[in-house]
Ligand binder design. Structure first.
Ligand SMILES: N[C@@H](CCC(=O)N[C@@H](CS)C(=O)NCC(=O)O)C(=O)O
Length: 237
């Protein structure tokens, strides 16, 4: 399998899930501006939609859309329990949560990346996002993860999109349960393993995870002009 990914984007979510499941994969980085891949290819030939994440299977099939990718991956290793069993009511709850993150948080945050949207309009989107954070705060005040006590694919997705709040100077500390949740996940990543702790002790994995989770500032400095073309286009959620 190949995961097509770009720094500081939603593709971190399937990357976390791949690490957590300890599945073999090749990471191919995409320059979102030029659509060139780190292995010298044209990313649009892989995913005509032109955005990450994309997962290319060994049979050549390409799967896109983060919520679909993470569920596909989780089902490859059901024993890891990163997603409830397909067909179960709990699985429907997971789909409800993934859709909520995708449409309310991920897409809800998108206008904040848009340099063409004036600050007073962005304030409307921020307030809307903050209402969503209030809902998540209530959930995380009573349980460690989104769907119960255990880390799962929805947590990989939420963690990924909440990392962006730093870019918008939104202090996640305003929501103490969310802040504690982010710190717990970051700490388990920083220990050299992945959020649930799998893979700790593997020096390569540790190095890669440190690159993933602790080079965000570095990334921001190097890619100060980075703009996501998808989200730079005027988006009114
Ligand atoms: N609906 C897609 C959205 C993916 C998406 O927004 N990808 C962004 C990064 S977070 C991207 O690569 N944008 C670049 C572009 O559209 O050119 C999903 O949920 O996977």
């Amino acid at each position: 399998m190949k995961l097509y990914s770009a720094p500081n984007t939603c593709s971190l979510s399937p990357h976390i899930v791949l690490r957590e499941l300890d599945l073999p994969f090749e990471l191919v980085m995409v320059d979102n501006r030029t659509k060139r891949t780190s292995n010298g290819g044209d990313f649009r030939a892989i995913n005509p939609k032109g955005y990450v994440a994309a997962l290319q299977l060994d049979n050549g099939e390409v799967l896109t859309e983060g919520p679909a990718i993470v569920q596909y991956l989780a089902d490859l290793r059901p024993e890891a329990a990163l997603a409830p069993v397909s067909g179960s009511w709990q699985r429907v709850r997971l789909q409800e949560m993934l859709n909520y993150i995708g449409t309310e948080i991920h897409a809800g945050a998108s206008p904040l990346f848009n340099a063409a949207i004036p600050d007073e309009v962005k304030a409307i989107f921020r307030e809307r996002l903050f209402r969503r954070f209030g809902e998540i705060e209530s959930t995380l005040a009573t349980q460690d993860h989104l769907l119960g006590p255990l880390f799962g694919v929805a947590d990989a997705y939420l963690y990924t999109v909440l990392l962006w709040m730093e870019l918008f100077a939104i202090d996640i500390g305003r929501w103490p349960a969310i802040a504690a949740y982010m710190a717990r996940i970051a700490a388990s990543c920083g220990a050299g393993g992945t959020p649930g702790g799998a893979g700790g002790g593997d020096p390569d994995l540790g190095r890669d995870d440190r690159m993933l989770f602790h080079a965000r500032q570095d990334h921001l400095t190097k890619h100060a002009g980075w703009r996501n073309p998808l989200i730079v286009s005027p988006v009114i959620a």
